[in-house]
Design a protein around this ligand. Sequence first.
Ligand SMILES: *Cc1c(COP(=O)(O)O)cnc(C)c1O
Length: 449
Amino acid sequence: MYLQSQGKLNGSRDERDGGGELNTETSKRLFAEAQRCIPGGVNSPVRAMKGVGMPHPLFIARARGAHLWDADGNEFVDLVSSWGPMILGWGHPEVVGALHAQIDLGTSFGAPTALEVELAQRICEALPSVELVRMVNSGTEATMSALRVARGFTGRDKVVKFIGCYHGHADPFLAAAGSGVLTLALPDSPGVPRATTADTILVEYNDAAALGAVFAARGDEIACVIVEPVAGNMGVVPPQPGFLETARRLCTDSGALLIFDEVITGFRVAWGGAQERYGVVPDLTTLGKIIGGGLPVGAFGGRADVMETVAPLGSTYQAGTLSGNPLAMAAGIATLKVLAEVGVYEELEARAVQLCQGLVEAALSAGVPATLNRVGAMMTLFFCDGPVTDFADARRADTALYARYWRHMLEHGVYLAPSQFESAMVSLALTDADVAVATAAARSFFKGL
Ligand SMILES: *Cc1c(COP(=O)(O)O)cnc(C)c1O
């Protein structure tokens, strides 16, 4: 089998039923070593767990189904799913089998393969607005490429971005960019020239009137509006009725392009993403996370007349040595095949509802001000009164209380995102027993307040 049993585990959940201090000596030692060769000891800032006051991150050794084991052998029910990609859980036989088979055939050719055609076909089938799609290696590449294409196509420079939305770490988007930046309280990033964000116009999420005003003032300069159709990087914030529709209408009327950043929501909130769930059709869509099945992938696609401007058909340049990587394609195809089965999204949503009810009841029974936002299999429990409809609302959340909650959940065997401003990502591998563990852990936290 592909995952070795490690025998009796140090601090496995059964032994820690009552919770309590975790033994994390190995993680601590690894972090000390990591800091000597990696900036901050991590390859992506939120992993440092600073937002919840952990002195060091947990180093993960392995995972199976919806369970993670850290380097010290502690076992956790996982509600992060690698920030979204692991929607099937870990070790799914279809995905693992596809990867094993591909490894023997070759892992990178820098030339076209049948695999990338198949994944592109599946994406175009699931999202009818995507007529042509190009593979890249991350969500960041997808959004920065989509922006370039939108600018090239329209001959305009300005991009409208919503406060608290995250579109990867490319320069033009690093203004009011949600969780990673927010958790570390970096207002803007050094190294981003003022000129680069000068063409980025910020609008409050869900504020259709403000968006209308921006278009009234300078609609003819706007290349595109980019939006997370369900915000996930300030915690989950669903679009208010009419918000996405207004963005669609304003873009159409002014000749700007509407970009849905579905890097999280694609294949998560519905088979056809948020555009299917809300019935609003973007011009361009960016994807990532799930479509790589746990390997590094991104994609951008949309209207044929727009995508035909991309090289080699058109003159808007975009390229990648490892783009369409065979291993990533194989994992993505296998993942989408499973997700295409009948009833999968109903099952996923049922799991998410079950978890959400458990957490909400736990919070309400203790009278703690809390608001749970959920769309499909993504959800955030905000520690503040509702409703939470934009970034300003999200910021009212009690992050100190969240940090205590996070720590308690961890000590009771539940691995949550180490930030209030992230989404829990429900996977199909989550069992009734896992939901029961999470609910019991939440209940004991709120009871103890
Ligand atoms: C994660 C994310 C990105 C960036 O993807 P990476 O693969 O981390 O570069 C872009 N947009 C959204 C909405 C995301 O959640």
